[in-house]
Design a protein around this ligand. Structure first.
Ligand SMILES: O=P(O)(O)OC[C@H]1O[C@H](OP(=O)(O)OP(=O)(O)O)[C@H](O)[C@@H]1O
Ligand SMILES: O=c1cc[nH]c(=O)[nH]1
Length: 180
């Protein structure tokens, strides 16, 4: 008989909220405020987290930060080999990225391939001044030279494990789980 998989909660909703609040402060500190800063969340978990960070930054600064989302399906390096194709989701960036300080947001950073694809997708929207990366969880095992600027929690994992960020029906972050 195989072992039943073990599911551990690494962060609960309060822990996630605290991490996102800290990341919001760090983004504001590094960029000396929110002038020219825009947030782009990767569909789907990263997009929900980008909206949370945006709310947090508005509470801190009293101003709104422009926020959008990107779907990376068409930019995946394995897109042609995927059968059947994952359905293409929505990219929603209603402003130019020319001259902007873009903060890409994702829920989990693993090989780095999603971030490479997202950066490729963003290039259609103008030439940003810089792109920074915020992730809730960095689980290691990078296959590309990509490192995050803002991290909620570093979680050492084995490649057999799985880390997932769960959201409730209002798309509020609920918990982060590690499955062995
Ligand atoms: O660094 P990487 O190896 O690219 O992995 C990280 C990505 O993997 C997960 O997404 P997944 O592809 O499972 O799609 P999902 O967001 O629809 O769950 C996660 O949400 C990240 O976006
Ligand atoms: O481009 C990508 C993105 C995520 N995962 C991959 O294997 N390739």
């Amino acid at each position: 008989m195989t072992d039943p998989s073990v599911r551990t909660v690494i962060l609960d909703s309060s822990g996630i909220r605290r991490a996102l609040t800290r990341i919001s402060h760090e983004i504001l500190e590094k960029n000396k405020g929110l002038s020219d800063v825009v947030l782009i969340g990767i569909q789907s978990g990263g997009a929900h987290l980008a909206r949370e960070i945006s709310r947090c930054m508005e509470i801190i600064e009293g101003e709104r930060v422009q926020t959008g989302s990107v779907d990376i399906t068409l930019y995946r390096d394995d897109f042609k080999s995927q059968t059947p194709h994952k359905s293409v989701g929505k990219t929603d960036i209603a402003f130019s990225l020319e001259g902007k300080r873009v903060v890409l947001v994702d829920d989990v950073l693993y090989t780095g391939r999603t971030i490479r694809a997202a950066m490729d997708a963003l290039m259609d929207y103008g030439r940003p001044t810089c792109i920074q990366l915020a992730v809730l969880i960095d689980r290691g095992h990078r296959e590309l030279p990509i490192r995050p600027d803002y991290v909620g929690r570093n979680v050492p994992t084995s490649q057999k494990e799985n880390v997932e960020v769960l959201f409730d029906d209002k798309l509020q972050p609920l918990e982060v789980i590690l499955e062995k």
